[in-house]
Design a protein around this ligand. Structure first.
Ligand code: AMP
Length: 352
């Protein structure tokens, strides 16, 4: 067990690292952020910040010596240099390596007996044409690596779109995936301990626009509820096969055939932000509990419903009105410039 008073290293200094640091501080831990930016928003609320490239092996070695346990808050990290952290890294690089490559991720999800949309690996334009013929239309091309919030994706609705879509994703190694006719999107968020104990939160229904999450609502409603049992079983098989320690999020489409996995995130997730006020124990606190070996916290709802709304780009300028709204929990990440598509904050409303 890593007791309060110890130092938790967090690789990545964005809003997820910030909310993890706040939860860790409540339990008496200190956080040390590892991030290449000058003033990452997590460093504002942490004890210490190492400014270095994610692939800097010497800096990671010094970081490993300075922390008692370490974790990561996003996936786009070079895996090999993280070996410097040895057993201190939770979850391990296995969860990271699988989640950061869409082709490896799909194969792994299928090997766990979970459903994914029909897909093909793509390395050239001829593969795109072959995928259109085999898988059918519509189809979405997604780069294998470095995609997030709908970036690195291009849709193909007719044969005429093939070349433009291939160029739009930068002619990078990719996957082609069938468009899923879903009734709703939702996620399973779970935390798992090294000894196999685990806990789920209620599954939120997630609504995206332009590939970016806008709203998460719990309970997820009538389109989501009938699928949750099967989706949880699939998510737990994935967590167990990874021997994952910490929070794991699995995003699903509610299809007529049942749950279809979209992707996995080996970390706390935007669709779990509502747990800060909407659940007895938040995903951030639970992640800290799991990686430090503290007992699991209760994950039930604090009240009947919670709705989390993301503040994207200049939507954060609504803060005076949101700060004045009775009962609205306003979170601003302190990121500076409100660029279009940038997640600047969120607001959660918890009601009976
Ligand atoms: P992703 O970055 O893969 O999570 O994709 C972002 C969003 O694009 C998803 O949340 C969906 O709304 C949409 N999307 C991605 N893949 C598919 C698909 N195969 N079929 C339908 N919609 C998709």
């Amino acid at each position: 067990m890593i007791p309060p008073g110890s130092t938790i290293g967090i690789i990545g200094g964005g809003q997820l690292g910030r909310m993890l640091s706040i939860a860790a501080a409540q339990l008496g831990y200190k956080c040390h952020i590892f991030d290449p930016h000058e003033q990452p928003c997590a460093a504002d609320v942490a004890a210490c910040h190492t400014r270095a490239a994610f692939g800097d092996a010497a800096a990671l070695e010094a970081f490993a010596a300075a922390v008692d346990v370490a974790t990561y808050e996003f996936e786009n990290l070079p895996v090999e240099p993280l070996a410097a952290l040895g057993d201190k890294l939770q979850p391990t690089t296995r969860s990271l390596a699988i989640a950061q490559d869409r082709a490896t991720e799909k194969e792994f999800i299928e090997s766990c007996g979970a459903r994914v949309a029909p897909w093909r690996p793509i390395s050239c334009l001829a593969d795109v044409t072959a995928a259109v013929l085999k898988v059918g239309l519509p189809l979405v091309l997604k780069t294998r690596r470095y995609g997030y919030d709908g970036k690195g994706q291009a849709w193909i609705h007719s044969r005429r779109d093939e070349q433009a879509a291939w160029q739009a994703i930068g002619e990078e190694p990719a996957i082609a995936e069938a468009g899923v006719a879903f009734a709703a999107e939702y996620s399973v968020i779970l935390a798992r301990w090294a000894d196999g104990r685990h806990a789920f939160w209620d599954s939120p229904r997630n609504e995206h626009r332009e590939g970016i999450l806008r709203l998460s609502t719990v309970p997820g409603g009538e389109l989501v509820a009938p699928q949750v049992e099967e989706a949880r079983a699939a998510a737990l098989r994935i967590a167990e096969a990874l021997d994952h320690v910490g929070v794991l999020t699995v995003e699903f489409f509610a299809s007529a055939d049942g749950p279809v996995v979209n992707e996995i995130a080996p970390r706390v997730h935007n669709s779990g932000h509502w747990t800060i006020e909407g659940a007895v124990t938040s995903q951030f606190e639970q992640h800290i509990r799991a990686i430090c070996g503290l007992p699991p916290g209760v994950t039930g709802l604090t009240r009947g419903h919670a709705v989390m709304e993301n503040l994207i780009g200049d939507a954060v300028n609504r803060w005076p009105e949101l700060a004045a709204e009775r009962g609205a929990h306003l979170h601003i990440y302190g990121k500076g410039e409100a660029r279009p598509g940038r997640k600047m904050g969120h607001v959660t409303r918890v009601v009976r």
